[in-house]
Ligand binder design. Structure first.
Ligand code: ZN
Length: 252
């Protein structure tokens, strides 16, 4: 029996290592979680802003929804109380760079400094050390992904982008588009920075209400990643013990 258990224990012990190849390789880009559960992550970029972040937080808190905020360091240092609010409200906080620098075509040293500076800012404001990075402009190249991977980040993309920052859609249009495109594990990108809008605030409220009625739950990006990790663990168990039933339900 021990001959079977010991290698299995070693395999499971090493799981976190091969579950996070980012330590030595390029950062993975997550655009949508692989799941059949009706879960969806709302994300907000470019904040915090005095005008829009408190309104978004009010909508989320009223609905008891946790979301993910990708924060720009230079905005955070001017409005530290809003970062404190997000931490207090148990929102997921990720990095969007200290200065919103487009990382494509930058040197490794410049990228490292931009990323590190924001991590220091976020930590100094009471946020947990960031592990999630959203690329400004969605732009990257091999060097950027390699540096982010070496620094232990997961790069978070999106699967639903209605370009709310262009201010060309009404709240109803934004909400209808997101509801139409919603699918299990989706990641939606919105903006709560200087280009935020009342349409976004109202759309978020409508989306939460409509999709909750359809059976969706709103989760943070960290929770989405945990769900994927559980799914992979499940596959490992199925592979190790062919034919055995699932050990537990995969719920968040
Ligand atoms: Zn941005």
């Amino acid at each position: 029996m021990i001959r079977i258990i010991a290698p299995l224990a070693a395999l499971l012990a090493s799981w976190p290592l091969w579950g996070h190849p980012a330590r030595t390789k390029s950062a993975p880009i997550i655009r949508q979680a692989v799941t059949t559960q009706k879960v969806l992550a709302l994300t907000f970029d470019d904040g915090p802003s005095l005008k829009w972040t408190p309104k978004i937080l009010a909508v989320l808190n009223k609905a008891h929804v946790k979301a993910t905020f990708f924060i720009i360091g230079s905005h955070a240092t001017r409005r530290p109380q809003l970062v404190h609010e997000e931490v207090k409200d148990h929102m997921n906080i990720g990095s969007h760079g200290a200065e919103h620098l487009i990382l494509r075509r930058e040197s490794a040293a410049v990228i490292r400094q931009e990323v590190d500076n924001n991590a220091q800012i976020l930590r100094s404001l009471g946020a947990p050390p960031p592990t999630l990075y959203r690329l400004p402009g969605g732009a990257s190249d091999a060097i950027a992904l390699k540096v982010l991977g070496q620094m232990g980040y997961t790069v978070v993309g999106w699967s639903i982008d209605r370009r709310d920052w262009r201010h060309r859609s009404t709240a109803e249009e934004l909400a209808a588009q997101v509801e139409r495109e919603a699918s299990p594990g989706a990641i939606v990108i919105f903006h709560d920075g200087p280009k935020g809008s009342q349409a976004t605030v109202a759309a978020v409220q409508m989306i939460i209400s409509a999709l909750t009625k359809q059976g969706y739950r709103f989760v943070t990006v960290n929770q989405l990643l945990a769900l994927e990790h559980q799914a992979r663990t499940h596959v490992l168990f199925r592979h190790t013990f062919p034919g055995s039933p699932p050990t537990r339900e995969h719920r968040l």
